[in-house]
Design a protein around this ligand. Sequence first.
Ligand code: GLN
Length: 488
Amino acid sequence: MATAESGACVVARDVARGHISAEEVLTEHLRRIRAWEPKVKAFIRVMEGDALGAARAVDAKRGRGEKLGRLAGVPIAVKDNILVRGVETTCASRILQGHLASYDATVTQRLLAEDAVIIGKTNMDEFAMGSSTENSSCHATRNPWDTACVPGGSSGGSAAAVAAGLCALALGSDTGGSIRQPAAFCGVAGLKPSYGRVSRHGLVAYASSLDQVGPLARSVADAALALSVIAGSDPMDSTCAAQPVPDYLKELEAGVKGLRIGIPKEYFLPGLDPEVETAVRAAVEVLTGLGAEVRDISLPHTRYAVSSYYIVAPCEASSNLARFDGIRYGRHSPQARDLGEAYELARGEGFGPEVKRRIMLGTYALSSGYYEAYYATAQRARALIKADFAAAFQQVDLIATPTAPTAAFRLGEKTEDPVAMYLSDVFTIPSNMAGNASMSVPCGLTRSGLPIGLQLIADCFCENSLLRAAAAYECARPFPMLPEAPRA
Ligand code: GLN
């Protein structure tokens, strides 16, 4: 019977059959939250009351003999840049303190339509800018495998909550690695869908040409189930593709046999932690043993990915974040004597240092005289990165790489050095620049007991291949779940 250790598939099945009530499932997770949360601080807000109401409504629906949805009674945590109507949505920024979402994001609507129970809003780097969840105006989240370490970011709260069993599933967003890198650091599965696979309506925009919402889960099957629910076209987001959504759970059964997997030499250079390299190469051996065909490939423009991303993303951010003016949204400073001061004070007090850095970078790169040199050049580099992937996917179905160059680092280790922080996304950023699909699955522990992530990358809208390979690997090398934490 489902418990807090079970994942989404088991909970939904057992709730639908009446083997356990949604309320019991929720109570069990709330109990785990009480034990873990003081140490991990994954949440900005635990929605105990709302979640209880939602769980009871699911139980009542079952009581009336109605058919339950695919996520019946599944407790899901939602990153705080995804709107849940009536609930404070801050993106972990002071500028949005007290901002109540006036509508549900499309992904939220789709979860609720399948009878999911939203258990809380998770911590993140402010406006999703960061790789460690230390850039939150609320508090830092800690890695449940070692609380001296970061959980990764920016969806660090979602990854930590899933890893510690505080929810069965979580949603995150990924602009340059923010689902996959924290998934790797916390030992869970995290999937960045292809650009256009999932609606961005109701996701607070960071860099609109890169952002995607995706699931974090303790099993590949749970990630597949969540993706089946949230994917698909949406009249509210014109960049969301009209492609049909496969039943990803069914696709898993196909296995990895016959899939061609490319190993790009540009991802195995000095700077990659030898323990990570060994684990990733061993995982590729496992996939070979399961019938995949492995070949060496090259993605020659990989070296331009981080630098061009740090032009494109801040440019888009500087434009997207212009809407936070203290008048239409969020914080308004009572000291302001005129309109100019109202803007200055709201933004000066409301945004944290990393967000200000990005706005300045983006504004500078877009300014007249610099646009050609920076923005246009970065877009040309982006086209080359995309072309590298297009050429690679002529020869292979999947690409396997490390998700991040190291396992989780310690809190404070990179806060003084933004470039060192940016480099922890060196392997995840290219997939956002190309808009293809990618996923991280746990592939072992370092000697000091920290999870390591294997990244799989597939061509646009080929999430099914990712999930097939990831499920086959997981079946061959199951990854342990964390035991219950001692009470703080
Ligand atoms: N760390 C990267 C950044 O700060 C990626 C963040 C993300 O994917 N949201 O931009």
